[in-house]
Design a protein around this ligand. Sequence first.
Ligand SMILES: [Cu+2]
Length: 298
Amino acid sequence: MRRPESTAAPGALRACVVLACGVLICGGLAGCGSSSGGTLGTPAIAPAKVFTLAGFAPSGPVLAGRATTVSFTVQLPNGKPLTTYKTGSGPHTGVHLIIVRDDLAYIIHEHPPIGPDGLLRQTVTLPSPGPYRVLVDVYPNIPGGQPNFQLFHTLEVAGAYHPIALPPFHPDQVVDGYHFDIQGHPSLHAIQPAFVNVSVADPQGRPVHFVPWFGALAHAIFFHQDSLDYFHTHICAPNAPNCGSLPGVAASRVSGRATAPGKLTVGVLLPVPGTWRLFLQLRQGAQILTAPYTLKVT
Ligand SMILES: [Cu+2]
């Protein structure tokens, strides 16, 4: 199913959801670190009245394996570029640029700097041909405005697209020599917050010392296999400033913790059932490690 291009997730038109913990999520999950768009149709909203991505470049297909600079601005409903973004410590700042191929075989996660007049530029290398979902997760600094929303674009990488089927859930993964191991087989249900324990050991088998990257010790990025619905939570150090709960951002209510070396507790809160891909990301030295997991949500 095709989703609208370059328009904000139509969260305001969705019903409120009461979570099992009693938390009320309004405005869909869109204003809260999640986006949806597949099943509820596209409301007819005049383009001038919503946030959009403006001037997205490149406008045509790009080459696989070649460094490509993407650029765009976030356009305010009044047609002007957004130039004021949340700043400071913690992960809820600026713009998160996340690019996944439609089959969820590849992910790129960057925080482009905010340039003059709100121009965002990031050089990325897309590994293989096919359609890619560009997700722009925006933390604007607009007094009284919504704290977070997502915009989308599709980027095509030239060549024959050979989608890769998602593998089944596998608790242990080796990523660049590091061992990621989910404890147990998580039983996950839509709209019910859950916490999943993951141990991470370095190539010598020692527990990993987590270090802050993009304002958190680890990032858990979730995409739904069919709709590419998105959710994003963080694993925070104890007492890390601005990493945990952020008013109006549901994902921050299920912030995970890392209370000991090698131990991550990952918060999971997924809006709909189905097959989801979790990309668990953290930094070790100059390396970004990405452990992918396939999760079934009932
Ligand atoms: Cu993050």
